[in-house]
Design a protein around this ligand. Structure first.
Ligand code: PEP
Length: 252
């Protein structure tokens, strides 16, 4: 059986630090209304203060919601942090882990990202683990070593839970820049990541959804998402515009 066709596409929106109660209400209602009958799963990862609003607006719909980060810790004196249990309390099924903005702006190392993925799973959340190279690393021919290192750190802590994660390949130079990897560039890295996954466990590794992220828009989504081995997208800016987000989801 072709393993690629077994993986249902996933389109995940990363709102980043955007939104307001008023703007979210319209966006969530329209996403809910537009989501039925899609061939892809949809999730929106919203800022923590808006989780209750997402839960109220999306409960009972085809759209899941999630967080953009979680604490390494279960509870306690960690001012400002949000635990995995708190995300679960608000009905989240997903959480983004190791986004490049967390790595570069908040000093998250491969080891921290791996621990966060493990903590997410321990809390019953599906981590969407982000990996990707900088422009400098790509130009130095280091793309595969960098994403391998990032992924191996996570694989090392997963034990039997490999099949429960999602991976997003997000070249750092393509995030929020309007520059996107060509479908062939993305596919090549996806094939490399897939080989690492199946090398650990061929069954579980074949089932892991591998998303592409980095300036995905309605006009490039189809070419990226039709590539064999690209199982969906992690969408930043375009996830804030309902027509764009749904158009991308329809391309999947
Ligand atoms: C992201 O934030 O993960 C992302 C891919 O952003 P954008 O789509 O805006 O490049």
């Amino acid at each position: 059986m072709n393993q690629t066709t077994m993986r249902r596409p996933l389109i995940a929106g990363n709102w980043k630090m955007n939104g307001s109660v008023a703007a979210n209400a319209l966006l969530l209602d329209c996403i809910r209304a537009g989501a039925s009958g899609l061939a892809a799963d949809l999730v929106v990862c919203v800022p923590a203060p808006y989780l209750a609003q997402a839960q109220a607006a999306l409960s009972g719909s085809a759209v899941a919601w999630g967080g953009q980060d979680l604490s390494l810790h279960e509870s306690g004196a960690f001012t400002g942090e949000v635990s995995g249990a708190m995300l679960r309390d608000f009905g989240c099924h997903f959480v983004i882990v190791g986004h490049s903005e967390r790595r570069s702006l908040h000093g998250e190392t491969d080891a921290i990202v791996a621990d966060k993925a493990r903590q997410a799973l321990a809390c019953g959340l599906t981590p969407i683990v982000c990996v990707g190279e900088t422009l400098e690393e790509r130009e130095a021919g280091q793309t595969e070593p960098v994403v391998s290192r990032q992924l191996r750190a996570v694989l090392a802590v997963l034990g039997q839970q490999l099949g429960k994660i999602v991976i997003a390949y997000e070249p750092v130079w393509a995030i929020g820049t309007g520059k996107t990897a060509t479908p062939e560039m993305a596919q090549q890295v996806h094939a490399h990541l897939r080989a690492l996954l199946v090398g650990v466990d061929s069954d579980a590794g074949s089932g892991v959804r591998l998303l592409y992220g980095g300036s995905v828009k309605p006009d490039n989504a189809h070419d990226l998402l039709e590539m064999d081995g690209i199982d969906g997208g992690l969408i930043g800016g375009a996830s804030l515009k309902v027509e764009d987000f749904l158009a991308i989801a329809k391309s999947a």
